[in-house]
Design a protein around this ligand. Structure first.
Ligand code: TXD
Length: 313
């Protein structure tokens, strides 16, 4: 069986992290593509030289040419600019749209059969734009945010309870912004529902921290945004696709009537396997959660309309 090919468009902080993790997991050969000369080549060579120590035979290359997208099974897009302190994700809309449009046009011509994972912010609008620009079926164009937001909430719950981080499962839905919705009843700690272990008041605090977790990291780093946890979150999605795992993950997916929403990308639980998004799961929420989700969808809608206007010219 031929090796899988994974293209990482954007060889910055998240791109570099993903290249290393992909090599360690031996999920396929990796091409890093960036507009900056030398950086993708340098990062690829650097990881190649460390392969003996991480026991991998994956091949990594760097490129400044979108032609190298050809034959990719998975394309993960982080190309764009990250936030600086004081910026919201929406502040990136205009500049990152221009980049996603260029990258999307290249994916359309060079890798139209790939599973495309968008990471660039503002996430829900950028994955929406990517689907429109490439014309690839929405099942194969998906946004990474919910995996990260859910993992952040799970981390805070584990820290609060003093339990193993990988024993906690959580679901955070909606848009990737301050309006994201953390679901109390959905958190499980080694299979035990969170309401049996933590008060709603304490959970609300952790849910607020989750909604602002990206800002917390931006405030600490000062020169950019989170990259380790976003990197591993995107790889989890790629792995689900490449290994046909049927993983249940919260991702930005195009809704077609689910949750009463039509034609918008928004974070919801989905099943990812070798066909891409194989199912969108419609979960039951209480009235408070439904209202919060509707508000979050509204926040996403404005940016999607902006993208529509841009595409129409
Ligand atoms: O949950 C999430 N979705 C996110 C998203 C979590 C954290 C960060 N998130 C966003 O990912 C962030 O707001 C940015 O929009 C992207 C990438 O973040 P990263 O931290 O990796 O940014 P870098 O280090 O600046 O890397 C971006 C790279 C950089 O090397 C640029 O030269 C390159 O993108 N770039 C391009 N590559 C290819 N093609 C084009 N046109 C291009 N333009 C810039």
């Amino acid at each position: 069986m031929a090796r899988k090919k994974i293209a990482l468009v954007g060889a910055g902080q998240i791109g570099g992290t993903m290249a290393l993790v992909l090599a360690q997991k031996q999920l396929g050969d990796v091409v890093l593509i960036d507009v900056v000369e030398g950086v993708p080549q340098g990062k690829a060579l650097d990881i190649m030289e460390g392969r003996l120590s991480i026991h991998t035979s994956a091949t990594l290359t760097g490129s400044n040419n979108y032609d190298d997208l050809a034959g990719s099974d998975v394309v993960i897009v982080t190309a764009g600019v990250p936030r600086k302190p004081g910026m919201t994700r929406d502040d990136l809309l205009n500049i990152n749209y221009g980049i996603v449009e260029k990258v999307g046009t290249a994916i359309k011509s060079k890798a139209p059969n790939a599973f495309v994972i968008v990471v660039t912010n503002p996430l829900d609008a950028m994955v929406y734009a990517m689907q429109k620009v490439t014309g690839i079926a929405p099942e194969k164009v998906v946004g990474m945010a919910g995996v990260l937001d859910s993992s952040r909430l799970a981390c805070f719950v584990a820290m609060e309870l003093g339990v193993a981080a990988d024993d906690v499962q959580a679901v955070v839905m909606g848009g990737h912004g301050p309006s994201m919705v953390s679901l109390y009843d959905f958190v499980s700690v080694g299979g035990i529902p969170l309401p049996q272990l933590m008060s709603k008041e304490k959970f609300n605090e952790l849910s607020k921290r989750t909604a602002m977790a990206g800002d917390e990291i931006v405030g600490l780093l000062k020169t950019g945004s989170a990259f380790y946890s976003p990197g591993v979150s995107a790889i989890r999605m790629a792995e689900a696709y490449l290994l046909d795992k049927k993983s249940v993950l919260t991702c930005a997916a195009e809704l077609k009537g689910q949750y009463g929403v039509n034609g918008l990308y928004c974070g919801v639980p989905v099943i990812i396997g070798s066909n891409g998004i194989e199912k969108i799961i419609e979960v039951k929420m209480n009235d408070e959660e439904k209202a919060a989700f509707a508000k979050s969808v509204d926040a996403v809608k404005g940016n999607a309309e902006w993208v529509d206007a841009k595409i129409k010219g």
